[in-house]
Design a protein around this ligand. Structure first.
Ligand code: NAI
Length: 427
């Protein structure tokens, strides 16, 4: 086992932190009915008994409810963060106090500690990995290939992680099966769209104490996250401009009634910018030249590479903290450009951030839980590589959610099913 200390051995005032963390978890639990449903089943059936699960995720209350579910289903769980700024230390301590859970996540961990903590999780020799961004799968393959023989499989939470995994798979370098949790309807159509939309705007509003109404909001990328951000910003009476590189996505945005233009044009018009591309260098030097005084820049994509902060810093005559979570870059001509949360994903890394709403994470994390169950029950069916989550699992979670919401739906009759399955009913 690694000598790297768990969070409880890194911070002071453990009792108070644990209590605060448990309070946050208790609130989240009350709003996660799917996980609650699975909990009853897993507590009695212990599907994860004897298995160790290693996780690198945003360590906050909803994630903690998932971790607790896995532990209550019999697993030993070791967890660390997947972003140095998104960890809530109180939640991390609360998790660490559970007899079957070790948490190494600490808010503000420097690079060296961030990777040492991933290493520490791997020192538990997990049979299952759960990632948000693929840092753990990368660490297994690069630093601990000896674990691959005993790893049954993994699950990946976000678009960027799935992109990285697919690239690794195409290069023939991914040596165990990983479920693309991000790509299921129950995750992507809710978490990426509504979760990112609501929580990014909420955190920008709280971090800046500014309104969206009457402002021009520029959304970089019109994928699942961008659609949510654009829709919710328009819903708060902002004028929305979308930038894209993919013609069909650009056209979709145009047909939704948004203005679509290149970033360099939008740069001169926007008040608030939110990047959601999963790509790098979306707002760069030429755009900084165009920005208006007071422009606010935020990123909701997974990594902090969408806004070219190194160049902005080089261009600025002065740089200072304008408000907690807001770094102002003053340009030689006097314009101030305000960057939120160091360009890291704003809904999770700004000082007041709480991540997505609990109801949304209930769905995403329930998919994670059933994927772990699938790997343990049927792991030998899956070859190394990226796998779609079986549709029956996604449907199972949708049915539990509908039931929890008290929503009934119709059922196909045999005749309807036969009609849908047939090809010989023409005009
Ligand atoms: P997506 O693939 O559906 O959308 C990305 C869009 O950005 C695509 O339409 C693509 O054409 C466009 N794009 C790429 N490069 C661009 C550029 N230079 N300029 C303008 N547009 C560009 O991906 P999705 O699901 O929307 O995820 C986006 C990012 O958000 C990923 O990094 C993902 O991991 C992250 N994410 C963040 C969450 C959060 O809580 N903040 C939650 C879920 C995902």
């Amino acid at each position: 086992m690694s000598e790297y200390p768990s969070i409880s051995n890194q911070v002071e005032d453990i009792d108070a932190l644990r209590e605060e963390g448990q309070q946050k978890m208790s609130w989240a639990r009350q709003h996660m009915p799917i996980i609650e449903h699975l909990r009853e089943d897993y507590r009695s059936n212990q599907p994860f008994e004897g298995y160790t699960i290693g996780m690198a995720m945003h360590v906050e209350a909803k994630t903690a409810v998932l971790v607790e579910l896995l532990a209550e289903g019999g697993a030993e769980v070791a967890i660390t963060g997947c972003n140095p700024l998104s960890t809530h230390d109180d939640v991390s301590v609360a998790l660490d106090s559970h007899p079957s859970i070790t948490s190494y996540a600490r808010h503000g961990a420097e690079d060296e500690d961030y990777y040492a903590a991933i290493d520490a999780v791997l020192s538990h020799s997990p049979e299952i990995t759960i990632d948000d961004g693929m840092d753990m799968v990368a660490a297994v393959h690069e630093d601990h290939p000896e674990l691959i023989d005993t790893i049954i499989g993994g699950a990946e939470e976000t678009t960027t992680g799935v992109h990285r995994l697919r690239a690794m798979d195409e290069d023939g370098e991914l040596n165990y099966p990983v479920f693309a949790v991000n790509d299921t309807p129950m995750k992507r159509l809710f978490d990426n769209i509504h979760g990112t939309g609501e929580s990014s705007l909420a955190n920008i509003a709280m971090t800046t104490n500014l309104s969206f109404a009457g402002k021009t909001v520029v959304v970089g990328g019109y994928g699942y996250c961008g659609k949510g951000v654009a829709k919710k910003a328009a819903g708060q009476n902002a004028h929305v401009i979308v930038t894209e590189v993919e013609p069909r996505r650009a056209l979709e945005a145009h047909m939704e009634g948004y203005e679509v233009m290149p970033m360099n044009e939008a740069a001169a018009k926007g008040d608030i910018f939110i990047t959601t591309t999963g790509n790098r260098d979306v707002i760069t030097e030429d755009d900084f030249e165009q920005l208006r005084d007071g422009a606010v820049l935020a990123n909701a994509g997974h990594f902090d590479v969408e806004i070219d902060l190194d160049t902005l810093s080089d261009m600025a005559a002065d740089q200072y903290t304008a408000r907690e979570g807001v770094e102002a870059y003053e340009m030689p001509d006097g314009r101030r450009i305000n960057v939120l949360a160091e360009g890291r994903l704003v809904n999770l890394a700004s000082p007041v951030s709480l991540g997505h709403p609990a109801e949304v994470m209930d769905q995403s994390f329930a998919i994670q839980a059933v994927c772990v169950r699938e790997l343990i029950e049927h792991g030998d069916k899956y070859e190394p590589g990226v796998h779609d989550v079986p549709d029956r699992l996604d449907q199972e979670i949708a049915e539990i959610k509908l039931d929890a919401e008290g929503v009934d739906i119709d059922t196909l009759t045999d005749t309807q099913q036969e009609y849908l399955d047939s090809w010989d009913h023409g005009t």
